[in-house]
Design a protein around this ligand. Structure first.
Ligand code: SF4
Ligand code: SF4
Length: 213
């Protein structure tokens, strides 16, 4: 109240309100420090700065300083070890656990490994695998349909980890493409064909990784 009365008196005299002045003083410790007002552009010191800046830029341009700085930087890297590769002719080394294109494997006698247990289908977080199965005449169970939708797959590798017979695996091959989404649905025949083609590589990678499991 006292501040408001003082403020009214001050306003009547044409002075700044006291209460507001006190508030601004008491809150000054918590408020950020205001930026100093810029000097008028026409001041003599700024004019000389601008003149020196212009002269410095002109000299740098005239003596090609930036060009030589760039050449020095390039020269520093000419004799260092290369850290870039000319893909696709050159490729980075791959871990035996690299997760690329899927494949279904067979036993050496040509029999499919998959026993249609559907663990891979159950564990797949992207629900990218579809399996249908039936019992054969010899009493074994095999898949009649095995599909992976690679447009859904996140290449987590859980299907490979869950498979009890090392049937579904992820190969080191990642250079494949498709023009339509339906071309990314890999059927059982396609997956078996990939497995047949790359069985030697798949087996070598499994053997290299076995001692760490
Ligand atoms: S890699 Fe992962 S997301 Fe892809 S099919 Fe296997 S479990 Fe599913
Ligand atoms: S691929 Fe492996 S986990 Fe999947 S259904 Fe066949 S045996 Fe089971």
């Amino acid at each position: 109240m006292e501040h408001l009365e003082l403020s009214a008196q001050a306003q009547a005299k044409g002075e700044p309100p006291v209460a507001l002045a006190k508030v601004s003083q008491s809150s000054s410790s918590s408020m950020p420090t205001p930026m100093p007002a810029p000097e008028p552009s026409g001041s003599p010191s700024c004019a000389s700065c601008a003149w020196w800046n212009t002269l410095w830029k002109s000299l740098r341009g005239f003596f090609l300083i930036e060009l030589f700085q760039g050449l020095i930087l390039t020269g520093k890297y000419v004799f260092r070890r290369k850290i870039t590769l000319e893909y696709p002719e050159e490729k980075t080394p791959q871990s035996p656990r690299f997760r690329g294109l899927h494949a279904l494997r067979r036993y050496p006698n040509g029999e499919e490994r998959c026993i249609a247990c559907k663990l891979c289908e159950a564990v797949c977080p992207a629900m990218a695998i579809r399996i249908e199965s039936e019992e054969r005449e010899d009493g074994t169970r095999r898949t009649t349909r095995y599909e992976i939708d690679l447009s859904k797959c996140i290449f987590c590798g859980l299907c490979e980890e869950s498979c009890p017979v090392d049937s579904i695996v992820e190969t080191p091959f990642f250079e494949y493409t498709a023009e339509r989404r339906d071309q990314l649905v890999f059927t059982k025949d396609m997956l078996l064909a990939i497995g047949d083609k790359y069985e030697r590589d798949i087996a070598a990678r499994k053997a290299a990784d076995a001692k760490y499991r």
